[in-house]
Design a protein around this ligand. Structure first.
Ligand SMILES: [Zn+2]
Length: 341
């Protein structure tokens, strides 16, 4: 009987040693340790033996069970480790593999100019304020001293929505919304998209970007000199320290007096070239001392505050800065253009 048991153990250990999968291992477990195992069959035939012999054989069979159980467990660990290693090999990621095909994007030239402008104004203590793209008539026109039938409305060709709202024609509407909630003193800039109902050509787009700047304080504290100084710092920051600025009288409904301002050409330094059409100067935008009607429209008392405002197109600045000759390229999505920046 003892011989029979040790023979079973030997065969079991041998068989377990050859197994390669967990399924086959489970079958052997049932075969040698299950309720209907070969070992159980042997033990069942003990009933004719005396108690002494029964005890000895019982101990022997328990030892065998333990030995087989241990072997099964060892084998299971071995198979699992092998499987993990296989997965490891199959799914290995080589982090040193060259990834040449991945193309990196970069900021659009307009976004770059926009960030640059924001940084310059922030360094002068200006707050960058956001506004909405679709405005009502009051914020886009009335509050900016352009009531209905005012001839100045014709200066801007406007898209009108069915409900009377307007895709804003200028970022000046942001000033109005800001002043409705904040009292001076303050200095803000706002940059965003504006919409004009006009045909596109090399220098015009129906959709472009503007920057709007507003600085307001008690009456008597802000003068044209403040404006000239801010403007001059801004232009030097964008086009270089040697840049000159100048003002020319002009008319805009929301300022009184109003100016157009120019910067000396950054290419020829004022001597005249193709970019500046031989004048040495580049026209940039409109500015002036805020008309009191604008302040009263947001609820400020007349003559209590004074301030300056100016606005101009971002595309025009980017075109000058990068020497771009067609405004339509910005929204063309043409990679041959964009990849140059
Ligand atoms: Zn020039």
């Amino acid at each position: 009987m003892k011989n029979q048991i040790s023979k079973i153990q030997k065969i079991a250990i041998k068989e377990i040693g050859k197994v390669k999968s967990l399924e086959d291992l489970e079958k052997l477990k049932v075969k040698y340790l299950g309720r209907k195992s070969v070992l159980t069959d042997v033990l069942r035939s003990l009933k004719d033996l005396n108690p002494e012999e029964k005890k000895a054989i019982g101990e022997e069979s328990n030892k065998t069970k333990q030995a087989i159980d241990l072997k099964l467990k060892e084998k299971e660990i071995e198979i699992r480790n092998k499987e993990l290693k296989n997965i490891d090999e199959k799914e290995r990621i080589d982090i040193t593999y060259p990834c040449g095909q991945t193309k990196r994007g970069h900021l659009h030239p307009l976004t770059r100019v926009r960030y640059e402008i924001e940084e310059i104004f922030k360094s002068m203590g200006f707050l960058v304020v956001d506004g909405r793209d679709v405005e009502d008539e009051f914020h886009n026109f009335d509050a900016l001293n352009m009531p209905k039938n005012h001839p100045a409305r014709d200066m801007q060709d406007t898209f009108w929505l069915k409900d009377g709202a307007v895709p804003r024609t200028q970022t000046s509407s942001v000033q109005i919304r800001f002043m409705e909630k904040n009292k001076p003193p303050f200095r803000i800039v706002s940059i965003g998209t504006v919409y004009r109902n006009e045909n596109s050509d090399a220098t015009h787009e129906f959709n472009f970007h503007q920057i709007e700047c507003l600085m307001v304080d008690k009456s008597g504290k802000i003068t044209v000199a403040n404006f000239k100084s801010v403007m001059s710092e801004f232009m030097k920051g964008l086009f270089g320290k040697e840049t000159q600025t100048r003002l020319r009288p002009s008319y805009f409904p929301f300022v009184e007096p109003g100016f157009e301002f120019d910067a000396s050409c950054p290419y020829c330094k004022g001597s005249g070239c193709k970019i500046c059409k031989k004048t040495g100067w580049i026209e940039l935008g409109g500015a002036g001392i805020v008309n009191q009607n604008v302040f009263t429209s947001v609820g400020f008392k007349e003559d209590e505050y004074e301030g300056f405002a100016f606005g101009f197109g971002i595309e025009r600045l980017a075109m000058i800065k990068y020497g771009i000759d067609d405004i339509r390229l910005f929204h063309s999505g043409d990679l041959r253009f964009l990849e140059q920046f």
